[in-house]
Design a protein around this ligand. Structure first.
Ligand code: HEC
Length: 258
């Protein structure tokens, strides 16, 4: 079917320039929303960087164990250069403490460790040589660990509640209308290029199907945590196809006529 007799390359110069400017604006918008996404959600699970757990936290809610428990189980600091594994009794005492009930109360409790010392003493001795306040800042491993306020960031479960339904509804309404409209226009422009109809179909399907799957999965993930993979899959398909369409349309606007 010949959808459009419109050929982008035949448009007057002013029209092609305007379209190029708008393609750049849209590309900038996508980059900005990518940066916003990683900046806004990255630290949800109490670990740096954007991960699947962060996204699961936003849409489903997620509880991650205390970072200290994870680090002790992984054998930190044996894996860093110059680090050696903690003394087994110290490790067992800290693990028992951080997985127990009265974490804050037992921090300075000298009776907690059955003669090995309070969790505070053990931690200061085991972690202070690299993370302590006496290590000069340029040599110190992050994070700084000296006071209870600094240690306690590592010692509790990290609970992320899912986004409030009213906010998710507002976000869905804004994203569905804005991204739906932009995708519609980009698909239409794509069909007015000289690329093969196979490529046009593939990109249009990925961009539109990806968007539908992504937005629907925001809501499905509330019920089923595993649906978070659909958010990623749909989002990647959509963003990837939109990126390629932006490039393809831009190229077609300026590629010489045969
Ligand atoms: C031999 C030095 C050394 C000792 C001892 C040490 N660490 Fe570390 N630690 C490091 C280094 C180096 C890093 C940074 C690793 C990196 O950049 O990936 C680090 C990273 C960390 C982090 C950040 C990890 C993350 O995923 O964000 C935490 C938290 C931490 N250490 C806690 C501790 C605790 C608690 C102890 C005591 C049980 C301890 N460390 C003992 C060297 C040490």
């Amino acid at each position: 079917m010949d959808v459009a007799t419109l050929r982008l390359r035949n448009l007057p110069l002013a029209a092609r320039l305007s379209l190029t400017f708008l393609l750049l604006v849209i590309a900038g918008g996508y980059v900005a929303s990518g940066l916003h996404l990683s900046g806004h959600h990255a630290a949800r699970d109490g670990r740096p960087g954007l991960s699947v757990t962060d996204i699961e936290g936003v849409y489903h809610g997620v509880t991650t164990p205390p970072l200290l428990k994870e680090l002790l189980e992984q054998g930190h600091p044996a894996e860093v250069s110059g680090g050696k594994a903690l003394d087994e009794d110290d490790r067992a005492t800290l693990l028992a403490w951080v997985t127990g009930d009265r974490i804050a109360e037992n921090w300075a409790n000298i009776d907690f460790g059955d003669g090995f010392g309070s969790p505070e003493e053990i931690a200061q001795a085991a972690c202070g040589s690299c993370h302590g306040a006496t290590v000069p800042a340029e040599k110190r491993a992050e994070p700084l660990l000296a006071t209870w306020d600094q240690y306690k960031e590592l010692c509790f479960e990290n609970r992320v509640s899912p986004t409030d339904p009213a906010l998710l509804l507002a976000s869905t309404h804004a994203h569905a209308l804005a991204l739906g409209t932009i995708t519609l226009l980009l698909c239409a422009l794509m069909y007015a290029t000289r690329f093969s109809s196979g490529l046009k179909g593939l990109l249009a399907l990925c961009a539109s199907g990806g968007l539908l799957v992504d937005l629907a999965a925001w809501w499905l993930t509330r019920q089923v945590a595993g649906m978070v993979s659909l958010i990623l899959l749909g989002g990647l398909a959509h963003a990837g196809a939109v990126g390629l369409m932006l490039v393809a349309i831009g190229l077609d606007l300026w590629r010489p006529q045969r």
